[in-house]
Design a binder for this molecule. Structure first.
Ligand SMILES: Cc1cc2nc3c(=O)[nH]c(=O)nc-3n(C[C@H](O)[C@H](O)[C@H](O)COP(=O)(O)O)c2cc1C
Length: 217
């Protein structure tokens, strides 16, 4: 199977990347093909609201293609054509998603959505997926509605979706170099991801479940 991981954090070696790389390593060890996509390295923007995907004509009526052609186009194509498990990870920014993740979701979701009375969906097959978030805040509560909304959209427009929320993440490699008196620094340091971290173990277990689900079709 093919597992595609989308990193919505601009940090290539940050918390989201750590969880995604853990999951991909797990999938590779089980013999699956993987790909890591760094959204911030792509030249793309969010939905242009051109409504080509809503035209009452083919191919738009029956495809989930986005008419905008840019750096995201090959990735959307791969998701549609060859991805069995889709992982999307995002850092929480100002109570929402990072801008890159937000733009990605607009482009992934909108072309799949038809404006017909039946609310039909244009994706040819359901793709097993996970939506992962990482955040500074020490409890998930403020962001539960946000994550629930994206999970619901993923389930409607992509396929079955599990979520994983990692809280109270370590932000700096070296806290002594940054103003950080708002943090309990020793505790934050102890939250830095390692293979023994609870969130990292949960991510590995999540990958196993997703592979099992995807194999069952
Ligand atoms: C611009 C910006 C805004 C942020 N806003 C929030 C926020 O509203 N709530 C929160 O809990 N964490 C916030 N954070 C912290 C990040 O979500 C957190 O450190 C995350 O784990 C970073 O993931 P990364 O290491 O993959 O980049 C913010 C970080 C940045 C850079």
């Amino acid at each position: 199977m093919k597992v595609l991981a989308i990193n919505g954090s601009p940090r290539r070696m940050g918390n989201d990347a750590y969880l995604l790389r853990t999951m991909l390593a797990r999938a590779e060890a089980a013999g699956h093909e993987t790909e890591f996509v760094q959204l911030s390295a792509l030249d793309f923007r969010g939905c242009r609201s051109c409504f080509a995907c809503k035209l009452d004509m083919e191919p738009w009526k029956s495809s989930c293609d986005c008419a905008v052609k840019d750096g995201l186009t090959p990735i959307l194509g791969k998701i549609d054509a060859e991805t069995d498990v889709l992982l999307v990870a995002a850092p929480i920014y100002f109570g929402g998603l990072s801008a890159d993740t937000y733009a990605f979701f607009e482009r992934l979701f909108f072309p799949a959505l038809n404006y017909d009375a039946e609310h039909t969906i244009n994706r040819k097959r359901r793709i097993t997926s996970a939506f992962i978030t990482t955040q500074n805040h020490d409890v998930p509560d403020p962001y539960l509605p946000l994550v629930a909304n994206y999970k619901a959209d993923m389930e409607r427009l992509v396929g079955p979706c599990e979520t994983l929320m990692a809280v109270e993440t370590a932000q700096f490699d070296d806290y002594s170099r940054f103003v950080s008196s708002m943090f309990d620094v020793p505790r934050r340091e102890s939250r830095r991801f390692t293979p023994q971290s609870e969130d990292v173990k949960k991510a590995a277990e999540l990958m196993d479940r997703l592979l099992e689900q995807a194999a069952q079709g």
